[in-house]
Design a protein around this ligand. Sequence first.
Ligand code: SF4
Length: 330
Amino acid sequence: MSLVETHALRKYFPAGTGFVSRLFADKKVHAVDGVDLTIDRGQTMGLVGESGCGKSTLGNLLLRIHDPTEGTIRFNGTDITALSGSELRPYRSEMQMMFQNPQNSLNPKHTVGKILRKAIEFHDVAHGDKATELARQYLTEVGLRPEHVDRYPHEFSGGQQQRIAIARALSVDPEFIVLDEPVSALDVSVQAKILSLIEDLKNEYDLTLLFITHDLNVVRHVCDEVSVMYLGEIVENASTEDLFNDPYHPYTRALFDSITLPEPGELSSGGIQGETPSPIDPPSGCRFRTRCPDAVAECETVNPELVERERDTSAETRDTACHLYDPLDR
Ligand code: SF4
């Protein structure tokens, strides 16, 4: 059963600010452009793609941190697309976000106890001494000590700060957490421990997770399902196992070719030919056509829909947006 669903979700930003925005008054950055996404309850979904493809914007839209330009977002069966601030409030505690750099989201002037208590009290989970007690409990849950409530964020390592961020997200009893590059700022040895902690807590608290990352090695180890994003669109959806065994979409294949899988690390576009086109003026037809080694004439005019397709060589099906897998076009 789905917990989060989007339909034809779009987010366009003005191209530039100030003087630049006046120059490009009619231009928009197509950050997210017609995304249909379903995340089932209890699932860990991975969202991958190069930097700037719209992954983080999509994560922010799901939590209504950004307002969509068009389309719908449903959470737990409720259309939350147009809910106002006060109407959204009950959903805020159910949907939490974790960022790449915890130090940016942990107020350096507040003790860890105050940081957690503020979240717990804001969402009416508990107040006063009960809130402090919960803060201590959640610090223990993430492998820290109860007495750490009296320390400040700068007294902790990067991995410990990410544990505090996890404790804060957990402390308001969420169902769904968007994790935006949660381990990419950490050392490799710390990454493994944080990923393992997230997996354990996901099972203990029955969480549904969206893992936004450029690191396919992380995806392979923690996600059940993966969506691949290119220039604001989802181009392939598959189970993690299927995607790693046999990527269909030419962009997914190029993404896999561009990294060395055994080592978590920065994804470069070294294996993908050409420059990423501008999201202000994306290519006609298939957005990947300017870099795709398999492009055919139709790719220039018709944008392939994300639909279930199969390879010639396999009976397996896959949601893929590519004319190569449309029997009429072969
Ligand atoms: Fe390449 Fe055409 Fe498929 Fe796009 S639709 S990925 S350009 S073959």
